[in-house]
Design a protein around this ligand. Structure first.
Ligand code: MLT
Length: 245
């Protein structure tokens, strides 16, 4: 049976953000929409552990015992929970534009302001604020529009639940040095949300982590520079399985 990659999307995105990664061959892709995103129903209050349990249910439903877990930003926070809850289910970790630390007080205040904005005006202010951070100014208009559409497909209730869950998430710093599985860390050179310094710190904290910095990309490096990110992931998978890429 092929290896499986479980793709966990970021906020306020959906599994559509991994569409370019479907070109990675020789693996089965499992890319769920987390509850409240991509047109799916929210499930009320959430935590990172709650999203991780939801993700594990997706693997169970497909009979997948173990998978590579690829987490993009908030999806990385979920991936850390998943590793804590069920380490035996994780064959390797792919951390895409994310960080292991919890929110600062200032970060939490920003989340609560955003919650008030979503309550008052829906997803529009979030999409407006986040689009210039997701992609560089050089990204084609069609790509900008596609990412805006993905963000606008999030439900306000789902986004509020995710903002609360992100504000409450624990620090996962102590997890990284303890990992014995292979780890790939990928970051857009121009990511203003989880900048390269975060990725460098995470890779350094692991025993055998590989860091790939992607030029010409902001927060959604996997989307804006898909060919390069796919090459890095294919090389990582090949190295993990002991075969040439
Ligand atoms: C994301 O892309 O998932 C979010 O920007 C992460 C965050 O706000 O911490």
């Amino acid at each position: 049976m092929d290896d499986t990659i479980l793709w966990l999307h970021g906020f306020p995105l959906s599994s559509d953000v991994f569409e370019p990664q479907r070109a990675i061959g020789g693996v089965t892709h499992v890319a769920p929409d987390l509850p409240g995103f991509g047109g799916t129903r929210p499930r009320g209050e959430m935590t990172m552990d709650g999203y991780a349990r939801f993700a594990l249910e997706q693997l169970d439903a497909r009979g997948v015992a173990q998978a590579y877990v690829a987490g993009l930003s908030m999806g990385g926070y979920v991936a850390f929970s998943l590793v804590r809850l069920a380490p035996e289910r994780v064959r390797g970790l792919i951390l895409l534009d994310t960080r292991e630390t919890a929110d600062t007080e200032e970060g939490r205040r920003g989340r609560f302001e955003m919650i008030e904005n979503v309550r008052a005006r829906g997803m529009q202010p979030v999409a407006d604020a986040m689009l210039p951070k997701m992609l560089t100014a050089d990204a084609p208009r069609s790509m900008q529009n596609a990412v805006r559409d993905i963000m606008m497909s999030s439900s306000p209730e789902g986004a509020i639940a995710a903002l609360q869950a992100m504000a409450a998430r624990p620090d996962s710093s102590s997890l990284l040095p303890a990992l014995t599985i292979p780890v790939l860390v990928v970051v857009g050179d121009e990511d203003p949300i989880t900048p390269p310094a975060d990725a460098e710190r995470m890779a350094r904290a692991t025993r055998n982590g590989t860091l790939v910095r992607v030029a010409g990309a902001a927060h959604l490096a996997n989307y804006e520079q898909a060919a390069e990110v796919n090459r890095a992931i294919s090389g990582f998978l090949a190295a993990c399985s002991g075969s040439a890429p």
